[in-house]
Structures are given as C-alpha cells and as structure tokens.
Ligand binder design. Sequence first.
Ligand SMILES: [Ca+2]
Ligand SMILES: [Ca+2]
Length: 215
Amino acid sequence: MVNVAPLSPTDFTQRQAPPVIRVLLRMFLLVLMVCYPGSISRLHAQGSTPVSIQFTNVTSAAGIKFVHFKGNKGISINREEFGPGVCVADFDGDGWQDIYFVNGRDLYNRGISARNSLYRNNGDGTFTDVTEKAGVPGTGYGLGCVWGDYDNDGFPDLYVTQYGRNVLYHNNGNGTFTINVIATWEESLAVVRRANTGGVLTLSTTTMATVLSPM
Ligand SMILES: [Ca+2]
Ligand SMILES: [Ca+2]
C-alpha cells in the first residue's frame, strides 16, 4: 500500500486542476503573494504535514514465542554479546515469508536447553513453530544465518553460522531439511550472492569465502 502525501495548494494548481481553474488559482496565489507576503509558505507548511507511522508489537498475537538465550555465566564474553541472527525467506514456496531465529547454547554444562526456531507463516498474521518437523534446530551456539538457493532447485537453503562449526541445511522442498555441510570455522556473518560465478551461488562469511556447487 502506498501512502499519498496531501497536496499543497500550489501542488494542486500544478497537477490536479483543469486548465481554467489552474489559471484562476495562479492569479489568486499571485494576489496572495503580493498582498500577504508569507501566506504561501504557511499554506505549504499546512499541506506538507508528515504522515505519522506507528508500529504495534504483535509478536505474541502472531504466535512467536522465541526468546533468545545468550548463555552467559556471570559477565558476558564477546560471543554472548554479539547478539542473535534472524533471517527471512519463503522456505516452502507458499508466497508467505517465514522467519528463522538463531539461538545461543548452554556452553557451561548447566543442563539448560536452547535451540534455533523456524516459524512458518500461516498467511493470516500468525506463525507456527515448525523447527522439529523441518529439522533445523541448529547444531551449536548460533550467531547468524542466511537463506540462499545454492542448488537452484527453487527452494531456499539455510546456512547458520555458529561458535564452533557452521551448518548448511539443504531444503528438501517438502517442509524438511537435511544437513549438507558442517564447516570447520565459526563465523558471525554470511552473505549469499550469485554474481560472476556462472550461476553458482557464492557464500561469503567474515573470514572465508566458499563456492558451493550444485549437488
Ligand atoms: Ca512460506
Ligand atoms: Ca535449494
């Protein structure tokens, strides 16, 4: 939906009114300018009032219950302060964007359970946690994520950067994923692009770049 800003009086004379009306309005505005200096600028100010945009927190109403666990023990270290990643894509091709949240882990053996979450967009303003069915809980302390269809099968695949080892999930196209690659370096950022690679998707992270060939 496009918001249309209100027209100022001079905008109206230039774009909307019929020719005869435009001439009359211009004459009227000319009289105003001569007889009442400053009146035109005041009319402009009244006609260009910015549109107020407000947001409402609908996280709970949308069914999203994900809470990030940074896993610190006492004072946080860098890894725990980097913050979680989130990435959005229509993983099941139904036309609605779905959300993947990356979570931390308990690295101090306290028995605290935490996993990443994939929320499928139901198309009615709500989401359903399909992580278990999809098989994408992550395999370690998560930092970032990115979607990209590296094998050109029409379904976006998921790459998760983690402390320890990264993981690449292949989208099977039926709502489930299969682990394809577990990289050996931890990264905090991943970028997928398809430029100057002959159609092959290139995955770049903060400290390395890997070309992923179609399966
Ligand atoms: Ca979808
Ligand atoms: Ca794919």
